[in-house]
Design a protein around this ligand. Structure first.
Ligand SMILES: *Cc1c(COP(=O)(O)O)cnc(C)c1O
Length: 455
């Protein structure tokens, strides 16, 4: 039967398919990938030309434009010299499996449609919950990122609060002054207050600091306390145990934001930093940050998932088949309905390599951070701002202005050595290495440090 005209675009030629696979193969085999660099909008528009046209420009031409113009203008976050923000370093196994997820139109929102995929995702979530000491009944869902994970958990916490306590004032949650910007974003969406508590000299929030800084009147309107398991700026882990005891004694929901750092609970030497996490009512960790999985994935886990289900389950005539069953539907546990089974790349890589490899890789990143700090301490012109607790190293160059930092950063990217953008703390500019890539080595760190002129 001839293909109808309307289905023509659902077939492509074998050559184009091969060309796409070949390019994917090439990208997978880069060691290291090109760092690349962004370009101004006008320059890209001129170089790429119009690509969306009534009759299409053809797959080969679109692929050529991507390969020659667009990809070189897109930084590879897994280059070993990419140390800004929080980089990513997906394993090859996880990248390959992401291809499979893309090649299959599978739906991860419900058990009815996605049972097999959801089973595998849930096995990963249960394993991580166990690592954190949560009960077997814990469960959750892989959402797009930590921002959605934090928001979904906080909405669940608020719902739980409304069901059990009465208060007339504005609701609020407590977090540390060093916590991530996504918490303020969540407060804005939820129209609640943030009670931000200053950290101690060590950069940690503790139960004592919360008790000192929050009045009894304010405690009455607090529906959650957020502990950060590895701050983004410094990689410092709050004193979760003492925070947990305040939360437990006052019957307040404890959420642990471990988007970046909670992965380090897998390392033998860092595990004890996370004491108290077993008391969490909810927690998040981003596999796209430090669990070597591709964008975008945040594991959101609840101690009592049924509270989240009662909060987030969507109801509609078209959904009744799903909501009236007792099946585990991932969509019920966060602000989402249609979802990619984005936990599968991590599942495949974990299944392939085993947990031990993950423990080792994270341990090695922390070791490297310590070695980088030692190199910085040897340089009289550099100042280590704080000893690294996990894998973030922050330091300053004496005498440098903001412009000096920026000029050096631009040159370092221009020369394709590294991507290290200036950061700041309490108004002072600094440089920051976030190390989550096992291919980043001491040689790369030394190369970057040497490129900072001693005078
Ligand atoms: C990165 C980060 C987030 C936000 O996660 P996204 O995946 O970028 O949305 C939240 N909290 C902390 C501590 C983070 O480091």
């Amino acid at each position: 039967m001839p293909t109808p005209e309307s289905a023509k675009m659902h077939e492509i030629t074998g050559e184009l398919r091969e060309a796409v696979f070949e390019y994917a193969r090439q990208r997978l085999s880069y060691a290291p990938p090109p760092l690349d660099n962004s370009r101004p909008a006008e320059e890209l528009a001129a170089l790429a030309g119009p690509t969306i046209t009534e009759n299409g420009i053809g797959g080969f031409e679109a692929l050529r434009i991507f390969e020659q113009v667009l990809a070189p203008a897109t930084i590879s976050t897994d280059h070993p010299g990419y140390l800004s923000f929080i980089p990513s370093a997906p394993t090859e196994a996880s990248k390959l499996f992401d291809l499979i997820v893309s090649a299959s139109a599978i739906y991860g929102g419900s058990w009815l449609e996605g049972a097999g995929a959801v089973h595998a995702e849930n096995e990963v979530l249960s394993w991580f919950a166990r690592e954190c000491g949560l009960p077997d009944s814990a469960g959750g869902v892989f959402v797009q990122g930590g921002t959605i994970g934090n928001l979904s958990a906080l909405v669940t916490a608020r719902e739980n609060f409304k069901n059990s306590k009465k208060t007339s004032g504005r609701l609020a949650f407590i977090c540390s002054a060093e916590s991530h910007s996504s918490l303020k974003a969540a407060a804005k969406v939820m129209d609640v207050d943030v009670l931000s508590v200053p950290c101690g000299e060590d950069g940690k929030l503790s139960g004592a600091l919360i008790s000192e800084n929050i009045s009894e009147r304010d405690f009455d309107r607090v529906f959650a306390i957020v502990a950060t398991g590895g701050t983004t700026n410094f990689g410092i882990v709050d004193d979760i145990e003492s925070i947990a005891s305040v939360a437990t004694s006052r019957n307040i929901w404890l959420h642990v934001d471990g988007a970046y750092g909670l992965a380090a609970i897998l390392s033998v030497s860092k595990r004890s930093l996370f004491k108290g996490v077993e008391a969490a009512n909810s927690l998040i960790v981003d596999p796209h940050k430090w669990l070597f999985a591709p964008f975008d994935a945040c594991a959101l886990i609840y101690r009592e998932p049924e509270i989240a289900r009662a909060t987030h389950s969507q109801h509609g005539e078209y959904l009744e088949t799903l909501t009236e069953s007792d099946d585990w539907n991932p969509s019920d546990y966060a602000i989402n309905l249609t979802r990619r089974p984005r936990g599968l790349p991590l599942w495949f890589s974990l299944a392939t390599h085993g947990i031990h490899q993950y423990r080792q890789a994270i341990e090695a990143n922390c070791q490297l951070a310590k070695q980088a700090a030692d190199l910085i301490l040897q340089r009289p012109d550099l100042e280590l701002v704080r000893h690294p607790e996990l894998s973030v190293v922050v330091f300053k160059k004496s005498g440098w202005s903001k412009n000096d930092y920026e000029a050096w950063s631009n040159e370092t990217l221009e020369s394709q050595t590294a991507f290290v953008v200036p950061s700041s703390h309490r108004g002072e500019v600094n440089l920051r290495f976030a190390i989550v890539n096992p291919l980043t080595d001491l040689e790369k760190i030394a190369e970057i440090l040497v490129s900072i002129p001693r005078e």
